[in-house]
Design a protein around this ligand. Structure first.
Ligand SMILES: Cc1cc2nc3c(=O)[nH]c(=O)nc-3n(C[C@H](O)[C@H](O)[C@H](O)COP(=O)(O)OP(=O)(O)OC[C@H]3O[C@@H](n4cnc5c(N)ncnc54)[C@H](O)[C@@H]3O)c2cc1C
Length: 293
């Protein structure tokens, strides 16, 4: 472990990182794990000014932990280290089959943010507008949580429990994300609707991965951002589509399934009504893309 200051640690490997975090948790020392810092640093500057100095915060920098920045292809699963950046996802030929994640990665901030921002950071921040999270959900990601107590695997769909609430314990690091490689002929799509093309948080975003047997939809997985307290799968839409013919879908039924899955709100970026409208339109767009020409 290299200590670059009293309150900055850069562990050499995942075991050291877990041990450091466990020690800080046990002693009740205020601390943060930091990877790219693109959420954490912004958040720390957004705090309201105070006459009282903030408590010193210890940082555990995991950006150079080798196990976190690697990825491995294992048959029809790819294990992505939590520290893999969006730029790596965009550039690594071995990750090209994860088209929906590659496309989502291109829409995260701009190139500078993609070069620093990590998949684990996106997941842990738990923003309702997490672009990476939406794509990872469509790829059926499983989150690998590691601590000195051991390792457990949690489907990303079960990871969020409410606004900014997750199942991750304070001493757990996101070590990896396992994603299912879609069939080569799977339909994969990513659509982000926002105020601008770059550096914009979405009003609504949709990631879709759909596999078909001929004209029949075999498997449909979605992740939608900015329409609920957490980035979420679309369970009703998935059930509605699976087993149906892609041609001639009942679009009113599809809209009703979308309505059952989303609970948008009015905020500075958009209205609930507009978000609901766009959510339906994006899912219909996927349905159109599935139908044979
Ligand atoms: C200008 C700008 C534009 C942005 N645009 C977008 C966008 O379009 N779409 C989008 O989804 N996001 C966007 N973001 C948010 C951010 O870039 C992403 O969420 C990014 O993935 C965060 O990763 P990071 O490594 O920088 O996280 P950090 O800031 O380092 O950490 C974020 C959180 O994750 C925790 N953490 C990090 N790694 C681990 C780990 N391995 N285990 C446990 N906890 C960990 C940290 O403790 C912290 O709580 C933007 C941010 C900025 C500043």
């Amino acid at each position: 472990m290299s200590a670059l200051g009293e309150s900055f640690f850069r562990p050499r490997d995942l075991g050291e990182a877990c041990a450091r975090v466990a020690d800080l948790v046990t002693r009740g020392v205020p601390h943060h794990v930091i990877a790219g810092g693109t959420d954490l640093v912004v958040e720390s500057h957004l705090r309201p000014p105070s006459t009282v100095a903030p408590p010193a915060t210890t940082l555990v920098d995991v950006s150079r932990v080798p196990e976190l920045v690697e990825f491995a292809v294992r048959g029809d699963t790819i294990r992505l280290g939590g520290g893999v950046t969006f730029l790596t996802v965009r550039r690594a030929p071995a990750l090209a089959p994860l088209r929906v994640l590659v496309e989502a990665g291109k829409d995260v901030g701009a190139i500078q943010i993609q070069a620093r921002g990590t998949l684990a950071g996106n997941v842990v921040t738990a923003s309702p507008a997490g672009d990476g999270v939406a794509a990872l959900m469509a790829l059926e990601a499983v989150v690998g949580l590691r601590s000195v107590r051991g390792e457990r695997a949690v489907p990303l769909r079960d990871y969020y429990q409410g606004y900014k609430k997750t199942v991750r314990a304070a001493d757990e690091l996101v070590a990896w994300l396992d994603v299912r490689v879609p069939a080569a002929d799977a339909f994969q799509s990513w659509r982000k609707v926002g105020t601008r093309l770059a550096q914009a948080i979405s009003k609504v975003a949709l990631a879709a991965v759909v596999e078909r047997d001929g004209e029949t939809i075999r498997r449909a997985r979605f992740g939608m951002a900015s329409v609920a307290p957490t980035t979420s799968p679309l369970a009703h839409v998935e059930r509605f589509l699976e087993g149906r013919a892609a041609r001639g879908l009942d679009l009113a039924g599809l809209d009703a399934a979308v309505d059952a899955d989303v609970s948008p709100i009015d905020d500075v970026r958009s209205t609930a009504e507009y978000r609901r409208h766009v959510a339906r339109a994006l899912v219909r767009e996927v349905a159109r893309g599935l139908a044979p020409k």
